[in-house]
Design a protein around this ligand. Structure first.
Ligand SMILES: [Zn+2]
Ligand SMILES: [Zn+2]
Length: 247
């Protein structure tokens, strides 16, 4: 197993985070965002990619918040605009159908062209090299987790004691289906299910107490673990996207 993957996986499972895969995802995302605002600007090969792809709305917003390199961001956005304009504008101006008139009847021919163009724009909006890298890296981490779970007993015990958010539970289930033997899958999925069950129970209790704190009769009672229960629940439901921070 390559240590470039096993070391971070061990780090994540040894850390105090809520979901080790969210921890790994966040680290990969930060590295990628820094990369696209820094060294990659000088690399013609990468620029060819980002000119074409731009970034998805989520990563566009995250790049905007990382104000360290405004010029770099402007350069990337500028060449992306030129590429997009070049790709789409002419087809967009040709897409308007002719008006139906006295001599020209109505026609449905233009409708599929409009839909195709809309699909092309949607696809471009969603295309993102940061997402691509994060997806590929998560896939690799998942495989490493499977391997370590079935070959490294110390890691297996660590895994059993940890919980995972629901989107990462889904990705682990998917990888387990393709990578684990039936016996390993039995242990793996049982551990996953047990931790999920505990997470649901704890969050349900804490969020409920949050709502009950609004009752004047509970005003003086302690918050317990409820104060950040909404954010914790959102991170569990949606994975930690960096948007559900307390405060
Ligand atoms: Zn997660
Ligand atoms: Zn993205």
């Amino acid at each position: 197993m390559e240590t470039i993957y096993t070391i971070p996986v061990n780090d994540a499972y040894g850390s105090e985070c809520e979901c080790p895969l969210c921890f790994l995802k966040k680290r990969c995302e930060d590295q990628e965002l820094e990369y696209y605002l820094g060294p990659s600007l000088m690399e013609p090969d990468t620029r060819i990619i980002t000119n074409k792809t731009g970034f998805c709305p989520d990563h566009m917003a995250k790049l905007n918040r990382k104000v360290t390199n405004r010029l770099g961001l402007a350069l990337v956005i500028h060449t992306h605009l030129l590429d997009y304009d070049n790709d789409i504008s002419e087809d967009l101006s040709k897409a308007a159908p002719e008006k139906a008139g006295l001599f020209k009847g109505r026609s449905n021919d233009y409708k599929s062209a409009l839909r195709d163009l809309a699909d092309r724009i949607d696809k471009r909006t969603a295309t993102c090299p940061v997402c691509d890298k994060m997806n590929k890296t998560t896939e690799r981490y998942n495989e490493v987790i499977m391997h370590m779970f079935s070959h490294d007993n110390e890691f297996k015990q660590k895994f059993i004691s940890r919980s995972h958010c629901l989107p990462h539970t889904a990705s682990l289930l998917r990888t387990a289906a393709s990578k684990l033997s039936q016996n390993d899958a039995s242990d793996f999925v049982s551990a996953l299910a047990q931790n999920n069950k505990e997470c649901f129970a704890e969050l349900e209790k804490d969020v409920e107490w949050f709502t009950l704190k609004f009752d004047y009769r509970n005003k003086e009672k302690p918050w317990g673990n409820s104060k950040n229960s909404i954010q914790r629940a959102m991170r569990f439901l949606s994975s930690d996207t960096g948007e559900f921070n307390e405060g």
